[in-house]
Every structure is written in C-alpha cells, then in structure tokens.
Design a protein around this ligand. Structure first.
Ligand SMILES: C[S@@+](CC[C@H](N)C(=O)[O-])C[C@H]1O[C@@H](n2cnc3c(N)ncnc32)[C@H](O)[C@@H]1O
Length: 212
C-alpha cells in the first residue's frame, strides 16, 4: 500500500535517527564534499537549505559570512544544533508544503529528497524560488522514482528533466538547475513506499510512485 505524506512523515524510515544529519560546511563529512563546491564561496544573497538536518553547515556559513547573506534551513524534524545564530533562520516543516516569502541565490537539498514522497512535485515548487542566476542543487536517486507498474521512470525522466533545463549527473546522482523555472512534469503522484530498502547511500529510503 502506498503512503500519503501524513503517514510517510510518521514512518521510521523518515524519522530514522541513524541518518546523517550532521554534515559540516567543509571537511570529510560535509556539504562541500557532497556538492562538489563550497556553498559559501561567492555567496552574497540568500541560501536556502532544504532537509537541513542539524543545520551545522548553515551555522558555520553564518560564522564565515559575518552577516553578508541570509541563511534559511528547513527540516521536518526539529533537530537543529542549538539556537540559530544571527542571519540564520531554522524552520521545522515538511518541504512538500512549506513556502518561502523571498527568492534565493542558492538552494540545496543534500540527501533529503530520498525521504520525500512527491520528489518531482517538490522539485517543481523549489525551482520557482530561485533568484535570476540562482542555483538549485540536490541529490536525486532516479531509481527511487517509480511508475505505477513498479518500473523506474528511468531515461525518459532524465530526458524530460534535461528538456526542462535541469541537468542530471547520473554518476553523482545529482540534479542542478539555474535560475527560476516553471516546470510541467506529466507525472501524477500516487504515493510513497517506505519499504523500498537501502539506496546507494546505504540508508533505507523512500520510493515515489507516479502515473506517467
Ligand atoms: C540524511 S538527512 C540529511 C541532513 C542534512 N542535509 C545533512 O546532510 O547533514 C535527511 C534529512 O531530511 C529530512 N527530511 C525528510 N523528509 C523531509 C520532508 N518531507 N521535509 C523536510 N525535511 C525532511 C530529515 O528529517 C533529515 O534531517
């Protein structure tokens, strides 16, 4: 049986306390390592980190930026590392429904979409929040996007993403998008499966089902 968002958010796979919520800004277990770039380099406007976990990367970024940028972290679970320092706002909310009141120069979602039900719906919402020239970068395992009959959406989805201006790096399993976009995916979200097992990160993840 496929789960709706309410059931998914209560699932032990999503609330899993063993998942890595502690990535730092730089170093071995870090955003810079996962993303392949240092998010603070050249950042002057605003950075939104979706599924931010403990928010350590944002806290460290605030320290380095000394007020030069606005930093917002959103996570379903309020496991933020202490109080937010000046310049940082933490929001405990599901990214399927939360919406910002401004645009961002950088939006990241580091190993967060693996636990989201409507991954394509979230991507569609998020890319509207980019400032002109802004960048959205997220880990996305396309194997977790399934069609009604259980098959992965596969290459056709990659083609549709690319046609919509979203780059997919298959080796790193990462999507990148520049500037605000109005996406129209011809996929109807059906629900999520939290019993899909471990994905390439080694942690149990969520498969998202769509009618093409
Ligand atoms: C593997 S952790 C990554 C945390 C952080 N990005 C890092 O790299 O340290 C995934 C995070 O996604 C959050 N998450 C899962 N589903 C979510 C949802 N629907 N809305 C917001 N956050 C969600 C989890 O609570 C968890 O903190």
């Amino acid at each position: 049986m496929l789960l709706d968002d309410r059931a998914l958010h209560a699932s032990s796979v999503v609330a899993n306390c063993a998942m890595n919520r502690e990535r730092q800004l730089a170093g071995v277990n870090s955003y810079a390592r996962v993303l392949g770039f240092d998010p603070v380099d050249g950042l002057t406007g605003a950075w939104l980190d979706l599924c931010c976990g403990s928010g350590r990367a944002l806290i460290q970024a605030a320290d380095r930026l000394a007020g030069a940028a606005t930093l917002v972290g959103v996570d379903l679970v309020d496991a933020f590392a202490g109080g937010a320092p000046p310049g940082v706002t933490f929001v405990a909310a599901p990214i399927e429904t939360w919406a910002p009141d401004r645009v961002f120069d950088l939006i990241t979602c580091v190993h967060g979409l693996h636990y989201v039900g409507d991954k394509l719906g979230v991507i569609t919402r998020v890319v509207r929040w980019l400032a002109p020239g802004g960048r959205f970068v997220a880990d996305l395992d396309l194997d977790a996007v399934r069609l009604e009959d259980g098959r992965p959406a596969g290459r056709r989805l990659v083609t549709r993403l690319r046609a919509a201006g979203i780059d997919y790096d298959g080796r790193r399993r990462r999507i990148t998008c520049e500037g605000p976009k109005e996406l129209i995916f011809r996929y109807e979200y059906l629900g999520a499966d939290d019993r899909a097992g471990a994905n390439y990160t080694g942690q149990p993840a969520v498969h998202s089902y769509y009618r093409a």
